[in-house]
Design a protein around this ligand. Structure first.
Ligand code: ADP
Ligand code: MG
Length: 598
């Protein structure tokens, strides 16, 4: 094809793609404009996950009537005038692209009223074509309505995720901005339902309480650290909230960084924060955090990404260590010093740390112990191989051998983590948590298949408050939960009432069960529908199973062994990790030099 200049329409759609990727990116641009305009109230209304309508209304300073037509032009901004300004940006916007981009891929109606104009001015842009401005009546401030997003870019529409996912992104976005701007009143309405409302009274902990519930909010630790200019590129300050070591999540999603009032996704900063918890959290657990890093505008370049989601620091090393030190200090200030000054032996960590699932402590002299054990295992009794140990192991584990185990004689518990048992062919070291997980999982699935799941009514219904994004997720899974014997129903915005739990879990904490479900689901963008039930069951069982570190009575140890023997696949937990390590008589004899190598 010959080279041709793109039509202005097509060129602007291409440019728009950089800024407006999905409904949540429109919401982000519009909220940022409201904040830049000094708004004290920002109301967001969403219909059909933003495909049908996104409306953001604010009470900011508005746009002068004469400038309204300019506002929707590309590269038109009131926030930047010279190249120098670019290196000390104090506003959220500066590229002058958002309104033009949105107007080229949707129908945009901008209505704005400053205190100096007699009337409001309204302008409509549809697919990049602007109509003449009109005078209308409207209060001071700005309302931007975006209808039929991507109506003229079907390819983009196809890339959008399920409604629930797109809605969740918007929920999460509003949640974060509400936290970052506690002096601004935010309101989010999705499909006529209020998802979030803050008071704007400046109290961040109160916002955290509406998001996570009062209990969690109370536990969060405050960070407040500053470092002097003398040490580097200007003063830096870190404020906000982090979780104590007792409060964790299964993914990094609840770690939020704002840099100079801008929500950014910076891997290195969240790594610094996670590292501050080093050795204090169990493997695979992450803290919650909402922290605000403030530094001189000149010390950070925000113009590196079209959606401004990434930044570049003048001195990244300094930022990394500043964040790490400040967070560590806050954790230690609140964390009681452990009674014993010595770390527990490596063997007693929650999970075996090596790839093979066999802890280094079990390596035998000479050759690599793992190898020895492997080789000695008779072929059909091999433990799940290393591929079943990968963190992404998928359910169900049909590929793994579902070999029954022999009858075992209980020897006892060690380190409150493992159970030792003797079988006809040697010694078995059983991970009590993984084993119990397996037992619960098989029972739950068997009950489901036989339609015999029974629920236990709670004496007192428990109310669980969730952040809006997680609430949206849970709503989606209520039917599946019901199937498994949970009686859960919506209880006001973002709150759920648990009235009954499966009898299998009698005595367990229902709120914890619910929370773990949603937080684990957050990791999946589009869980396969047919696997959802298995995954939900596996996750609930994981949370409900006895933990490593829990001392079990002999009777409990005994019954765990018996239950495990009755399992279809006793050798792995529902997530594919081994429940047991087998030390065969043969191998023991060789290791003790009682028989020569074959
Ligand atoms: P940018 O925010 O990068 O300047 P936008 O396309 O988002 O670019 O907006 C263009 C201009 O329109 C802004 O510079 C600002 O002057 C004006 N504007 C947009 N939204 C608002 C608002 N909610 N209140 C006041 N002015 C606004
Ligand atoms: Mg803008």
């Amino acid at each position: 094809m010959p080279i041709k200049i793109l039509s202005p329409e097509l060129a602007s759609q291409i440019a728009a793609g950089e800024v407006v990727e999905r409904p949540a990116s429109v919401v982000k641009e519009l909220i940022e404009n409201s904040l830049d305009a000094g708004a004290s109230t920002v109301s967001v209304t969403i219909e059909e996950a933003g495909r049908r309508l996104i409306e953001v209304a604010d009470d900011g300073h508005g746009i002068p009537a004469a400038e309204v037509p300019l506002a929707i032009e590309r590269h038109a901004t009131s926030k930047l005038h010279s190249a120098d300004d670019l290196f000390r940006i104090g506003t959220l916007g500066f590229r002058g692209e958002a309104l033009a981009s949105i107007g080229s891929v949707a129908k945009l109606t901008l209505t704005s009223h400053t205190k100096n104009d007699d009337a409001a001015t309204r302008m409509v842009v549809e697919g990049g074509i602007a109509q003449a401005p009109q005078q209308v009546g409207a209060p001071q401030g700005t309302v931007v309505r975006v209808e039929n997003l991507f109506y003229n870019v079907p390819a983009r529409l196809k890339f959008l995720k399920k409604d629930v996912t797109e809605r969740r992104r918007i929920d999460a976005l509003l949640t974060r901005y509400a936290l970052a701007y506690p002096d601004v009143r935010f309101k989010l309405i999705q499909n006529g339902q209020a998802k979030l409302q803050t008071s704007g009274n400046g109290d961040r902990r109160a916002i955290l309480a509406t998001l996570y519930g009062v209990d969690v909010a109370k536990q969060l630790l405050e960070v407040n650290a500053a470092e002097d200019p003398s040490t580097g590129s200007g003063q830096v300050r870190l404020t906000g909230f982090i979780s104590p070591t007792s409060l964790t999540r299964s993914n990094r999603r609840e770690i939020t960084f704002f840099i100079n009032g801008r929500w950014v996704q910076d891997i290195s900063l969240s790594t610094a924060l996670i590292q501050a918890y080093h050795t204090l959290l169990m493997v695979g657990r992450y803290p919650l955090a909402a922290v605000f890093l403030d530094l001189e505008p000149a010390a950070v370049d925000v113009n590196v990404h079209p959606t401004k989601a990434e930044v570049r620091f003048q001195d990244p090393q300094r930022m990394f260590s500043f964040v790490q030190r400040s967070v560590r200090k806050a954790i230690l200030a609140y964390t009681p010093v452990p009674q014993m000054g010595i770390a527990p032996p490596a063997l007693w960590t929650e999970r075996p740390s090596t790839q093979s699932g066999i802890d280094p402590a079990w390596k035998f002299a000479g050759e690599a112990g793992n190898q020895v054990i492997r080789n000695q295992e008779s072929g059909n009794q091999k433990l799940g191989d290393s591929q079943s140990l990968s963190p992404n192991a998928q359910l169900p584990n049909n590929e793994l051998p579902s070999i029954k185990m022999p009858l075992l004689r209980l020897v006892g518990q060690i380190g409150s983590v493992y159970i030792i048992a003797e079988g006809p062919d040697g010694l078995y070291l059983i991970d009590q948590h993984a084993a119990h997980e397996r037992v619960l999982f098989e029972r739950l699935m068997a009950q489901r298949d036989a339609n015999t799941i029974s629920s236990q009514k709670l004496l007192q219904a428990e109310v669980v408050q969730l952040p809006p994004a997680q609430a949206t997720l849970l709503e989606d899974q209520l039917a599946v939960l019901q199937k498994f014997g949970f009686e859960v129903e919506a209880f006001g915005p973002n709150a759920f009432q648990v009235r009954a739990i499966p009898t299998l879990f009698t005595g367990a904490n229902p709120a914890a069960a619910l929370r773990v479900l949603v937080e684990d689901f957050e990791g999946d963008e589009t869980p396969l529908q047919e696997k959802i039930e298995e995954r939900i069951a596996a996750r609930v069982c994981k949370r409900m199973a006895v933990k490593g570190g829990q001392t079990l009575s002999s009777a409990e140890q005994e019954s765990l062994l018996r239950d495990l023997e009755n399992c279809e696949s006793p050798r792995t937990c529902p997530h594919g990790r081994p429940t047991m390590i087998h030390l065969s008589v043969d191998m023991l004899e060789r290791q003790f030099g009682r028989t020569g190598p074959r």
